[in-house]
Design a protein around this ligand. Sequence first.
Ligand SMILES: NC(=O)c1ccc[n+]([C@@H]2O[C@H](COP(=O)([O-])OP(=O)(O)OC[C@H]3O[C@@H](n4cnc5c(N)ncnc54)[C@H](O)[C@@H]3O)[C@@H](O)[C@H]2O)c1
Length: 183
Amino acid sequence: MIHLALIGCGSISRDHLMALRVLGDRFRLIWVVDVDEEAARRVADEWGCRWTTDYRRVLEDPRVDAVDIATPHHLHAEMAVASAEAGKHIFLEKPMATTLEDADRIIAAADRAGVVLMVGYVFRYRPAFRRLHDMVADGRYGRPFLAHGLMEVYGPHFLAPWMKRKDQLGGGALFSAEGTCWI
Ligand SMILES: NC(=O)c1ccc[n+]([C@@H]2O[C@H](COP(=O)([O-])OP(=O)(O)OC[C@H]3O[C@@H](n4cnc5c(N)ncnc54)[C@H](O)[C@@H]3O)[C@@H](O)[C@H]2O)c1
């Protein structure tokens, strides 16, 4: 049984929690964190777990095996490095960080600590994308020099304030698919 702390109780956390329900025999959610006290309390009430507004508190708890980081992009590096240094395994929402240097820092911290680090590029596991990957990898189209992708998102046109700030979102369509296609 993996004892998990969820850091960030915003939009995507609902999908994570849905997955945790399905994987209930393997995961137990023991902490939820959000700077928005109401958001943290709501999930904690629903799941019967502890809540806090300070993620460092969960890193101090030796019962926590792993963290699920689902916060704005500019916080990923700080939280992931601190989690690795606390010996926690990490599922980190995409994108890894807002700069290459920060991404390298996260990888180095996870390597040093010997913890599992997984970045949530969930589309990579979709059958259509896997098939596309295999078609390119087996060489039948030669060596690609350009890829053009179009993603349509049908959803609420809601942008959290941090998604409108380049320093917090980071940049580029490949970097942050949802943010950029909604803008
Ligand atoms: N894989 C996907 O399909 C997918 C889809 C949507 C979002 N995401 C990713 O998930 C992450 C979160 O996106 P979202 O849409 O849920 O954003 P959101 O703004 O809805 O949620 C972020 C949450 O983090 C909380 N937060 C902010 N600072 C915090 C701090 N210091 N400590 C603890 N909590 C803090 C906010 O209060 C908010 O509740 C981003 O990395 C985003 O790119 C992935």
